[in-house]
Ligand binder design. Structure first.
Ligand code: DPP
Ligand code: ZN
Length: 880
């Protein structure tokens, strides 16, 4: 497969205004008959072009042009492209192909999960179902007839509204679905099988009734209530916040256990990983409940941002993903805790996206080239993409942003467009110039912002000196300055918010940085302030600004921006961690806990003004990933050791406080379990206390009383949140006691695949010695299945990406394990294999031995025969 470039984009030579499909299902031999109504594109730059259709793994039985069968010499077929010369400007192409869904283990195209049929077509799966111009700028009105056995497939679904259904000879039946909205084929979906549905309805703001249904295997009936409630909340929210109403007669969701991604927004027929649908208090944690709400909303919001207005080409993926992530973030913020949502999202950006941006796979939010598009469903395209939307929202304000969105939909409904078109709509609706801002779309790498300040007491002025730079990335050496909205506030030494003015404006929420070096003067500053910079993480940059422990403590206690409080705490902790790491590397194991950190954390724990969820998330020390990014070379053992040691010290030295809150929060519990923001927050804080209480220094034995506390919570829990938190705390503290609980958990839940994912993941993430041997043994456990992506993520990714201490063990056994897994999985599911290989891309950040260890595995993988294009792209870019 060759590299393709954004600059080579050409409009399609042919359009397909209408498509008729007739799919006759059989596990190993499904027949797909397609009729494509084709028209030359008046905007094409190739006036006499042949019709070119994509097709892979298809067994072609018949090809006809305007009703006449074509002989093999009348068309060409090579490397997945079928080319049919046509003289006229309009024609009809009919094809009949056969495919084998049962053999489809890459889970791309039409495949089987638990005996049911489903499809995944984004990005390029439709070409594995039938011959078609498989590119998002060819939008077609689809009419789909699904034919299946009445007994095996009582339910037959496709996109759109039901037009007809009935019986056929031989125990078969059919259903014909018509989707009136032209769509690219990546949004096509077909579902069939023995399914049951939770049904409901939603009345739109204009009074139309929409039938809602969530389809699952019969054993999962009764687990869809939360997903359904979330869907209805999301539908209402999109009407209220963005004025977007749903457009079909029905909205259907299918949940399957075998799915490469989280979920897929096919028009009117979303297909979901069951992880993001199924939930009962006994089987799902509060975090699961949260993410179900977020993903249901995300896919639903795609109906407008992705489906009604779609992408011109796959370089524009962030057009729909960045924007839809922004929308789902806003949804979650509006229905639960805005600060906590922001903190979680920023943690993801710093831990995952910044690292990606600094590695060999770095790419701009709108990539300029790629080999395999599946490799670009990344934190950069999704989450940094959402940060770009958020910055534009900041620059325009809520009302201006909404005006821009309205103009975007007005201009582009029914079209396949670009990120430039989106930004132009925001700009035109507000007469705002985003020309320089757009560098965020084309320049990869994380900008660094260096700030110094000087207070001029006589003039009551604060002078800010700012400098920005952006490291080189593999695709680009020199970066031009970015537009950076820097939100800020000033604190007095007693914690009050201080007022100031800038350029004649009173207390502006942010300054707009546009130059490489830029000075700002803030006036009317009554006393020397403590600065709160980058409030609410107003731009995805690394901020370098020296603040003393005292200043950070003040912000941790009093910053009016909750994100700023959290960030100050992270900063304070990071200073302690880096100091400890320095000592550890010099051979000292007796790392001590700085008083400022201890007192800051203690005050936060006791701060009843702040809600419990905020306190819980703010008590978490910086992630290993984020700490690791401050080090060169990265020493994962030191990072783990010192972080764990500081956690254990906090747990010991603040034990009375943690115990007091633990007891009080337990008494305050609502019984039985209810999932509400307040109750989830209370559980989060209580479980955070438990986690600290059970935390012991590396290689030190756990405290017997605290272990007993964890065991008691495990036994008494009436819900998965509390049960799993206790299980995890005990497992990480003590092998033997952990094993006893793991046995109990297995016996209780072995028939529930999603709960077993938790069981696997917890064991793989355990930092205690012996975990790799455990993981290897679990590969042969009956609940494990290498063909199931959730299982692979639970075991392999939890070990290789979450358990950095054991994965990076000096003997290289972790590397050997990952290589073997990647090689094995790549033979049947390249997308998952390539995702699993991600930890190897970071090899250059480590010491010479680990570098050598990882590099050798990358080279070995590359030398193997027949590796997928997906994996090959990752390996070549990593080794380059
Ligand atoms: N299904 C994936 C998502 O919604 C890709 N579109 O992000
Ligand atoms: Zn999406």
């Amino acid at each position: 497969k060759k590299t393709i470039y954004l600059k080579d984009y050409l409009p399609p030579a042919w359009l397909i205004p209408e498509t008729e499909l007739r799919v006759t299902l059989a596990p190993e031999d499904t027949q797909v008959e397609a009729i494509l109504h084709c028209k030359r594109n008046p905007h094409s730059k190739e006036p006499n072009a042949a019709i070119v259709l994509n097709g892979e793994r298809l067994q072609l039985e018949r090809l006809a042009l305007n009703g006449r069968d074509l002989a093999a010499r009348e068309y060409g077929y090579a490397e997945g492209l079928l080319s049919i010369p046509v003289q006229a400007d309009e024609c009809t192409i009919a094809s009949t192909v056969r495919i084998n869904p049962a053999a489809n283990l890459e889970l791309d195209g039409l495949y089987r999960s638990a005996g049911n049929y489903c499809t995944q077509c984004e990005a390029e799966g439709f070409r594995k179902i039938t011959f078609f111009p498989d590119r998002p700028d060819v939008m077609s009105v689809f009419t789909t007839t699904v034919i299946g056995e009445k007994t095996a497939c009582p339910v037959l679904l496709a996109n759109g509204n039901l037009r007809e259904q009935g019986e056929l000879a031989g125990g078969l039946h059919f259903a014909t679905w018509h989707d009136p909205f032209p769509k690219p084929c990546y949004l096509f979906a077909l579902v069939a099988g023995n399914l049951v549905a939770l049904e409901d309805s939603f009345t739109t703001k204009s009074g139309r009734r929409v039938a809602l249904a969530i389809y699952v295997e019969p054993r999962n009936a009764g687990k869809c209530g939360h997903a359904m409630a979330a869907l209805k909340t999301a539908m209402r929210w999109d009407e209220e916040r963005f004025g977007r109403e749903y457009d079909l007669d029905n909205f259907k969701i299918l949940a399957v256990d075998d799915f490469n991604m989280g979920a897929m927004e096919n028009k009117g027929l979303n297909v979901f990983n069951s992880k993001y649908v199924l939930a009962l208090p006994e089987t799902a944690t509060d975090t699961d409940f949260d993410s179900i709400g977020g993903v249901i909303a995300h896919e639903y919001f795609h109906n407008w941002t992705g489906n009604r207005v779609t992408c011109r080409d796959w370089f524009q993926l962030s057009l729909k993903e960045g924007l839809t992530v922004f929308r789902d973030q806003e949804f979650s913020s509006d229905i639960a805790s805005r600060p906590v949502k922001r903190i979680r999202d920023v943690n993801l950006i710093r831990s995952i996206q910044f690292r990606e941006d600094a590695g060999p796979m770095a790419h701009p939010v709108r990539p300029a080239s790629f080999v395999e598009i599946n490799n670009f469903y990344t934190a950069t395209v999704y989450d940094k993409g959402a940060e770009l939307i958020r910055m534009m929202h900041t620059l325009l304000g809520e009302a201006g942003f909404r005006r821009g969105m309205d103009l975007y939909f007005e201009r582009h409904d029914g079209q396949a467009v670009t990120c430039d078109d989106f930004v132009a709509a925001l700009a035109d609706a507000n007469h705002h110039d985003f020309t320089q801002f757009k560098r965020w779309y084309s320049q990869a790498g994380t900008p660094e912002l260096f700030v110094t300040s000087r207070y001029d007491a006589a003039g009551g002025r604060l002078l800010l000196r700012l400098r920005q730079s952006c490291p080189a990335t593999p695709d680009m050496a020199e970066k031009k300055p970015f537009v950076i909205p820097l939100a800020l506030g000033l604190l007095a030494r007693d914690g009050r918010e201080l007022s100031f003015s800038h350029a004649g404006r009173k207390n502006p929420a942010f300054l707009t940085i546009t130059q490489k070096e830029q000075d700002f003067v803030l006036d009317e500053v009554a006393e020397e302030p403590v600065l709160s910079l980058l409030r609410n993480f107003s731009a995805p940059v690394k901020l370098h600004f020296d603040q003393s422990d005292e200043e950070l403590s003040l912000r941790l206690g009093y910053d009016r921006d909750p994100w700023g409080r959290w960030d100050a705490g992270q900063h304070l902790a990071l200073k302690a961690l880096m100091q400890g790491i320095e000592q550890f590397r010099q051979g000292h194991q007796n790392i001590t806990l700085p008083d400022t950190l201890k007192h800051g954390m203690a005050a936060l724990l006791d701060d009843e003004r702040a809600d419990a969820a905020f306190r819980a998330v703010s008590l978490v020390l910086p992630t290993e990933n984020w700490i690791g990014q401050q080090m060169a070379p990265l020493d994962p053992e030191a990072v783990f050791w010192v972080r764990q040691r500081l956690r254990a010290l906090l747990g010991q030295e603040l034990r009375p406080a943690f115990l007091r809150h633990y007891e009080a929060l337990g008494k305050a519990a609502h019984r039985p379990y209810v999932y509400t923001t307040a109750e989830a927050g209370r559980r989060a804080l209580r479980n955070m206390c438990l986690d600290y209480l059970l935390c012991c220094a590396p290689e030190a034995p756990a405290d017997a009383d605290m272990l007993a506390l964890g065991e008691r919570q495990y036994r008494e829990a009436d819900n998965m949140t509390d049960g799993l938190a206790a299980l995890s705390a005990v497992v990480n503290a003590d092998r033997e006691r952990g094993d006893a609980l793991l046995q109990d958990f297995l016996a209780k839940w072995q028939t529930d695949p999603l709960v077993m994912d938790k069981w696997l993941s917890l064991q793989a993430a355990c930092p205690l010695p012996g975990t790799l041997a455990r993981v290897r043994a679990l590969l042969r456990h009956p609940v494990f299945d290498l063909k199931n992506p959730n299982k692979v993520r639970a075991l392999v990714a939890s070990f290789c990406a979450l358990n950095q201490r054991q994965f990076h063990a000096r003997d290289g056994a972790g590397y050997e394990f990952l290589k073997a897994m990647v090689a094995k999985i790549d033979r049947f599911n390249p997308q998952i294999a390539t995702r699993m290989a991600a930890p190897f891309t970071q090899w250059r950040r480590y010491d010479a031995d680990r570098q050598q260890g990882m590099r050798a595995q990358l080279e070995e993988l590359l030398q193997a025969e027949d590796i997928s294009d997906d994996l090959k792209e990752l390996l070549e870019k990593s080794l380059w």
